[in-house]
Design a protein around this ligand. Structure first.
Ligand code: ZN
Ligand code: ZN
Length: 132
């Protein structure tokens, strides 16, 4: 199991069981939206409100621990890692991380500093392709 505490140590955020649970869920799912996270976190913290989840997600995002990706108008969250592109299956909606050359990312940063770099590729995943 990953040490989620270490993700929070270098931020100004307090380490709380709720935040650790959120990070663990996001990491487990790879990419998760608020509803999915709310459902899972509620199992461990039955009294937690959706507003609290939102608040924690926002602070984790502001601290640069997680990043937001916007797919089908619904934001999903993932643990922040090196730049990568997202492959989205047009059939089942699965999201897969695909490598995105660091050089491309650096070049974009050079031309457009502080830009939000998101790259989406749409197609059919292996499973959906095989079944067609
Ligand atoms: Zn698919
Ligand atoms: Zn991703």
């Amino acid at each position: 199991m990953k040490d989620y505490k270490s993700l929070l140590v270098n931020t100004s955020l307090k380490i709380t069981p709720q935040r650790l649970a959120l990070l663990k869920e996001i990491d487990k799912k790879g990419h998760a939206n608020i509803d999915e996270l709310y459902r899972e976190i509620q199992k461990q913290f039955p009294t937690i409100s959706l507003a609290t989840i939102y608040k924690n997600i926002t602070s984790l995002q502001e601290a640069g621990v997680i990043s937001e990706i916007c797919i089908h108008q619904k934001p999903k969250y993932e643990i922040k890692k090196h730049p990568h592109a997202h492959f989205i299956c047009k059939n089942c909606g699965k999201i897969i991380d695909v490598p995105f050359d660091e050089l491309v990312s650096e070049e974009i940063e050079r031309r457009y500093p502080n830009s939000q770099k998101e790259l989406y590729i749409y197609g059919l995943c292996k499973e959906c392709n095989g079944n067609s």
